[in-house]
Design a protein around this ligand. Structure first.
Ligand code: ADP
Length: 688
């Protein structure tokens, strides 16, 4: 099949089933965007990888996908859908709005022993499960543990995992992972047992949780390796004797003397205050079939329950798998097991499908961060304003915090049948296929109503979640070698075959799949323009100063937006028409008002402009380039060859309680610990 046809079909599949919003993280390989599965209304994370950029690392993606298809656990991020085109791979994943554990640690400096215990139990639970399935993770670190809406941890990033053919007791040779977390035997190039190496990394992680810094750290790799192989670290005085002992047991240089995961499950430190070992069995075993979800899908697909079950049982990680797993996730959260009706309440311009297509016109998924601005939540809120089935005002906050260990709250009746069924006198019994026409009409009306309120909730949550989107980890840089495999489909996911032939004759991306059409470039330029212009419109009195700084950044280097700034003299009118109503509102309204969150630093000041200016004046001294959009500064540092080494946002915002100015931090790219030190330095030097 011609490359562009495959490309088009893959992209069509994505836009057909998902709405795509802001970028919420990026790693060495991937860009991750917030998405919404149209049929269920559930939020998802869409990991987007460009095959060309992956180069020699392409097999890692296959490893990650294969592993995630075989893992289903309450503390492992769930894979829902895989789409592969000739140039890109999309992984649709369970969405974790709470950000990385890393950011949580640094925001709190360090965690108490009690809170650490909650997290460690979840990590041990995930690792015991992963090992039981024959996998070693090999890249365990706080950047690879995300926090979900219930404050529970989810393990991600299985790109470096291994499943030795002869079982986990077989020795591995490849040295991989992040040096600071790597076990001594691994960095010495010895053969090692994956599960033992994971325990060492868990020890380093435990230390980072309790102390807020790493046990072995040095800018010089050789010195770092020496420290790790010696296994000597200092225990700060605040550690309890129990913590010191456990750390010592986990960070034993000799892997044979290191504690095993099995012994961690009921270790006295781990079970303290719980009086029960860690529960590590999966609460969502692979292959489990839920009758309510099947019934709902059968009705929606107009198939028998039997054939729907057979379809789901194929586990193709296509739209069927995604729909089933997302319905199940809804049910587990106590939401109604309902799919959005085929024809939605508002059908034309704001229908989800249409929304997806519109978004698609302005997104360059693979490479263009700036273009995303138009397809972002601002765009979404415009859509909310116009659309009768989404209203922010109706949003009810969801999700009380989970129990330690992610255990179900005994008082939580969320698994009980949804109230709507009672309201409508409708129950999804297996005989549902035989309901009368009248009943079916009633069901549909009922579901539409339900959908209306659900969508209100979902979209509003998106807005709220923007506040806590957090930060990506460093990864092995993608190989610069662009090999010939780039245009080949490498994943043997059956879902490739299931695509409907929906290719549009004239809308394919150019051969090779790089989105470089003239129209797209123009849109990119416009987006840059609108993004940059906002800063100027925002605060007239700050305009000239900010303009100068944003154009040149710290190094005096002319930024790509500089030219655009020059064109501002053409007047602000053009900008105003380009801005969406919601953006205009944002400019008028001043800094965002947000609640205190862990990634917000409180200042003692009450004037946001003053805080902003203090930060602005410090960035050039620190050699940090930046662009400004309202009260948000997107900051970058560059390496010797002009490569972006670090990318993060600082946003000046207003807090409600206490009523002071805060600075929200968000790492987008680069080493987590380097970022921590840099931001601490900026905020300390700004004297805010
Ligand atoms: P890579 O494989 O390129 O390192 P990751 O899988 O680590 O990419 O993802 C990069 C970042 O994107 C993560 O560190 C995290 O901040 C964000 N991210 C990844 N998966 C999710 C998710 N399921 N939900 C929310 N954010 C995510």
């Amino acid at each position: 099949m011609p490359v562009e046809r495959t490309e088009q079909r893959g992209a069509d599949e994505l836009y057909k089933y998902y709405e795509i919003y802001d970028t919420i993280g990026s790693g060495g390989f991937a860009k991750v965007k917030l998405g919404r599965h149209i049929l269920t209304g559930e939020k998802v994370a869409i990991k987007i990888m460009n095959k060309k950029d992956l180069g020699d690392d392409l097999p890692r993606v296959k490893v990650e996908i294969d592993a995630m298809k075989n893992l289903s656990h309450q503390h492992v991020c769930r894979l829902y859908h895989v789409i592969e085109t000739s140039t890109q791979i999309f992984m649709v994943l369970e969405y974790c709005p709470g950000g990385e554990l890393f950011d949580y640690i640094i925001a709190k400096d360090r965690l108490s022993e009690e809170e650490t215990r909650v997290f460690l139990r979840q990590i041990v639970s995930a690792m015991a499960y992963v090992h039981s399935q024959g996998y070693a993770h090999r890249d365990l670190k706080p950047e690879n543990l995300l926090i979900d809406e219930n404050h529970n941890l989810k393990l991600i990033d299985f790109g470096l995992c291994a499943k030795p053919k002869g079982g986990l007791e077989f020795q591995l040779m490849t040295c991989c992972g992040s040096p600071a977390y790597a076990a001594p035997e691994l960095i010495q190039g010895k053969a090692y047992i994956g599960s033992e190496a994971d325990v060492w990394s868990m020890g380093v992680l435990l230390f980072a949780l309790l102390c807020g810094y790493l046990p072995f750290d040095d800018d010089n790799c050789m010195v770092l390796y020496r420290k790790i192989t010696r296994g000597k670290y200092d225990n700060p005085q605040w550690l309890s004797p129990g913590s010191v002992l456990l750390l010592n047991q986990m960070m034993q240089v000799d892997p044979k003397r290191r504690i095993s995961v099995r012994h961690l499950l009921d270790h006295p430190w781990v079970t303290k205050d719980y009086n029960s070992p860690v529960e590590w069995h999966s609460r969502q075993p692979l292959g489990h079939i839920d009758e309510d979800c099947i019934t709902e899908m059968a009705v929606n697909m107009k198939r028998s329950r039997q054939s729907t079950t057979a379809l789901v049982n194929e586990w193709r990680y296509d739209q069927t798998t995604a729909t089933y797993l997302l319905l199940l996730a809804k049910k587990q959260r106590g939401k109604p097991v309902r799919l959005r009706p085929e024809r939605t309440v508002c059908e034309d311009s704001c229908s989800p499908l249409h929304q997806g297509r519109q978004t698609r016109e302005v997104l360059h998924l693979s490479e263009d961060e700036d273009a995303v601005i138009v397809g972002s939540l601002d765009f979404c809120s415009e859509y909310i304003d116009d659309c009768p089935w989404v209203s922010v005002s109706q949003y009810t906050p969801q999700g009380a915090r989970g129990q330690p260990d992610g255990a179900a709250n005994p008082k939580d009746t969320r698994l009980a049948s949804p109230s709507v069924e009672r309201r409508c006198g409708y129950s999804p019994t297996p005989e549902r296929g035989r309901t009368t026409a009248q009943q079916q009409r009633q069901e549909r009306r009922c579901r539409e109503q339900e959908q209306i309120s659900e969508n209100k909730e979902n979209v509003a949550v998106q807005e709220r979640d923007v506040d806590i989107f957090v930060l990506p980890p460093p990864r092995t840089p993608a190989s610069s070698k662009k090999n010939a495999r780039a245009n080949k489909n490498v994943l043997t996911t059956p879902n490739q075959n299931t695509n409907a032939d929906g290719a549009k004759p004239n809308s394919g991306t150019p051969k090779g799949g790089v989105s470089a059409s003239t129209e797209q470039s123009q849109k990119k330029a416009e987006n840059n323009e609108s993004a940059n212009m906002e800063m100027l419109a925002f605060s007239p009195e700050r305009r000239s100063r900010s303009l100068d700084m944003a154009v040149t950044g710290s190094s005096g280097k002319k930024k790509k937006g500089g030219k655009v700034f020059g064109s501002l003299e053409r007047g602000l009118d053009k900008m105003i028409t380009m801005l969406t109503p919601s953006k205009r509102r944002a400019l008028r309204d001043g800094p965002r008002k947000i609640k205190v969150q862990y990634n917000v630093t409180l200042t003692s000041q009450t004037n946001p402009d003053q805080v902003l200016n203090q930060i602005l004046s410090i960035l050039p001294d620190k050699n940090i380039d930046f662009t400004q959009k309202g009260y948000t500064l997107k900051c970058r540092t560059y390496g010797d060859f002009g490569k972006v080494t670090m990318e993060f946002e600082l946003e000046v915002c207003l807090l409600q309680r206490p009523e002071v100015v805060g600075v929200r931090r968000q790492r987008l790219k680069g080493d987590a610990w380097v970022y921590k030190h840099l931001v601490e330095d900026i905020l300390a030097t700004s004297r805010i």
